[in-house]
Design a protein around this ligand. Structure first.
Ligand code: SF4
Length: 341
């Protein structure tokens, strides 16, 4: 039996034709699943009982299993989800003032191994299928069932989304489609440690999706220590691309501030020079301490001084104290199993 969430609209259309069903039924099924988030087929009132029963014999419409949910004092919720093969992933629902943000995982573990990240310590286990990406979104949507307002989706959970590009692309096509989940591309951010080939690809495939780049250091050498991907993907190539490629949205640079590693005024000066000429915004994220990693959060004084230096030099800077720290759902804290710590 095929899992419906792994099928694109066209793939399902082709299959349904082979079953002798009319292809408009695919749009109806997509609307029940992705827009109404309804898996009780008795309620699929615009599809005949006969067709519904035929359909359900061929396709599995069950979501991945939610096995745990934790909530912090501010309403941030972390979801532990079990996949078919018993691997586990985490997704985070963040309640903002006027909207919700879904933080979605793209891989089980991560191959990038950033020194400050709990997911990186798990190592890479496998890519998520497009259905496993979509399933997270539907599980989180279920949680805010009656809510009809704005939802932002950020691919900042476990994994490097651009290293799972084909499945990410398939999921994004359904998320943004008028026939699928109908979430505007402008509300979606893909965060990357920097895989230039796929940065270029996603800019071509989804020009309205926002890109967020994890900078975290003031030059390539220092970045190599924190993010080994910098040994293969040189910072200057990526920044040159950001400087020269015209896009609709500003690039967001994420900078995790770590005590005595990258939080000095000297670093702020270098970051300011590095990003000169790029239409951007900088998110400063004070490091979220993790028992298994020996980095510390900088002092408030250093954080403010770093921010002030960049602001005075004309940058838009947002200081983001991560939500969900007490349930280990803040930036860099997601991990469902540890391999080598
Ligand atoms: S920060 Fe992102 S890219 Fe780096 S190890 Fe963690 S999940 Fe992977």
């Amino acid at each position: 039996m095929k899992w419906i969430y792994d099928l694109s609209l066209n793939e399902l259309k082709n299959e349904i034709k082979a079953l002798g069903l009319r292809d408009f039924m695919v749009v109806q099924v997509f609307q029940w699943i992705y827009q109404k988030n309804c898996r009780d087929i008795k309620l699929w009132s615009n599809i005949s009982k006969y067709n519904r029963e035929l359909f359900i014999k061929k396709y599995n419409i069950t979501l991945n299993r939610l096995i745990n949910k934790e909530e912090d004092r501010e309403g941030t919720k972390k979801f532990l989800i079990e996949l078919e093969d018993k691997n586990k992933i985490e997704s985070v629902l963040i309640k903002e003032k006027n909207y919700y943000t879904f933080c979605i995982s793209s891989q089980v573990g991560c191959a990038i191994k950033c020194a400050f990240c709990a997911t990186g310590k798990m190592g890479f286990i496998r890519n998520l299928s497009s259905g496993e990406i979509l399933s997270q979104i539907l599980i989180l949507k279920k949680e805010i069932d009656d809510y009809k307002g704005k939802i932002n989706i950020v691919f900042m959970g476990m994994g490097e989304p651009l290293l799972n590009y084909e499945n990410l692309k398939k999921a994004l096509s359904i998320i943004t489609s008028e026939k699928g989940a109908k979430i505007p591309s402008n509300n979606i951010t893909v965060s990357t440690a920097g895989v230039l080939k796929y940065i270029k690809q996603i800019e071509m495939d989804f020009p309205n999706i926002k890109i967020s780049f994890s900078l975290n250091a003031s030059d390539n050498k220092a970045r190599e220590q924190l993010m080994p991907i910098s040994k293969m993907e040189n910072l200057s190539d990526i920044l040159d691309h950001f400087k020269n490629h015209k896009r609709k949205h500003r690039i967001t640079f994420e900078y995790v501030l770590i005590k005595n590693i990258n939080d000095s005024i000297e670093d702020a000066k270098k970051v300011s020079q590095l990003l000169r000429g790029i239409l951007c915004k900088i998110n400063l994220i004070p490091y979220n301490e993790n028992t298994n990693i020996d980095f510390k959060t900088p002092s408030k004084k250093n954080i403010e001084a770093f921010k002030e230096y960049l602001c005075l030099n004309g940058y838009t800077v947002v200081l983001r104290w991560s939500k969900g720290k007490d349930i280990k759902s803040a930036c860099g804290q997601l991990a469902t199993q540890t391999k080598d710590i």
